[in-house]
Design a protein around this ligand. Sequence first.
Ligand SMILES: *Cc1c(COP(=O)(O)O)cnc(C)c1O
Length: 435
Amino acid sequence: MHLLSTSGKSPAVSFRQAVMAGIAPDGGLYLPAAIPGLDPATIEGFRNLSFQEIGITVARKLLDGEIPDGDLSVIVRNALSFPVPLHCVDDDTAVLELFHGPTLAFKDFGARFMAQVLSYFRGKESQEWTILVATSGDTGSAVAQGFLGAEGIRVVLLYPSGRVSTTQELQLTTIGGNVTALEIDGTFDDCQRLVKSAFADHELSARCRLTSANSINIARLVPQSFYYFEAYARRPDMRRPVVFSVPSGNLGNLTGGILAWKMGLPVARFVAATNVNRVFTDYVETGAFTPRQALPTISNAMDVGNPSNLARIAEIFAGSMEALKAILDSTSVTDDATRETIRRVAGRTGYVLDPHGAVAYAALQRWRAGHASGALGVVLETAHPAKFLDAYDDVLKRSIAVPERLAAVLKKKKRSVKLSSAFKDLQSYLLEEVS
Ligand SMILES: *Cc1c(COP(=O)(O)O)cnc(C)c1O
């Protein structure tokens, strides 16, 4: 497998090199130099395979022998250790539930696969590796859960004190084992700055064998293509075209879908659903990319003002807006419309959407109103509603059941190490731990 940078000024690298580097030396994001195709018979045959088997087949095709088949199967099986149900809410709409992983959000797919791949590449090396992650909420716990118990790897999470929800904080601080949560007296931007400074400090970086697990890593993207194939394989009516509606922030989930389509998955259309942070919607409408300050919404994992994967999407379509619009629409949904959608869908079908899935549901309905397609709409449900209980005040009368694995976390005691936002404190903390 050869990968190239979206900035076009770095040499081609292997999958291993791209995973270890995270970001290309020219500041670009890695993408496969050529996206391999699966033949239609293989894709139709997915109907007879399990989700894990589908993932293994797609991963083999993409990685093209770079990880031997036996090892790759183990990686995929360990990463995808939970189901992805396709739940039909009515005749025209199905919800793909991506929240059955350990942290109840779709970030588990990318984080677990990346953790497995990094552990594999570490091999039998004797020096311990430190995975350093700044998190504003959900990503940190997904990454940490992925590495939990991994031999020779410690995970250090940095989160902004008082700026994550109670649920998120408990998910971050109760993992234990090889995972430590640093509670930083500062903002998320401070946490990101600290992580960047640590990587830039070559002595520290070498002594602690610092390794990045950031969201633009290609290993996060690859598994996000698998579940599009899964949804297609489980569609209830083989004759209907399929439209995917994807709740989008940094556009990683959508890029995974586009990758699947490029590999040959018959997708009739993608609807990229944004909340009021509509930078990508504006890009699709006007061709101009104008990053903006993000505004807070009830679908907060999509509050992104400068979506990093836009560079990958632009590259896949070779910058052609015409080619992009031939397969993709985008629409932006307000918080009021999101709440109204949650209420209406629950009232009509009994299904409770989370705020992110509700944005995608509303976007799909809007798209449908303008297109007589006869398609089955598949809404990607990226999180369990119990993660966002605050968003349901005054929206639903009934209470939301909290799944057992989340309830267990909420009963645990928070354990964090408090640090200032000064780099020297992080530095001495990390060095003390290795020596
Ligand atoms: C991260 C996240 C999103 C947005 O996904 P992107 O890949 O960043 O577009 C949507 N919903 C939830 C619940 C998320 O955690």
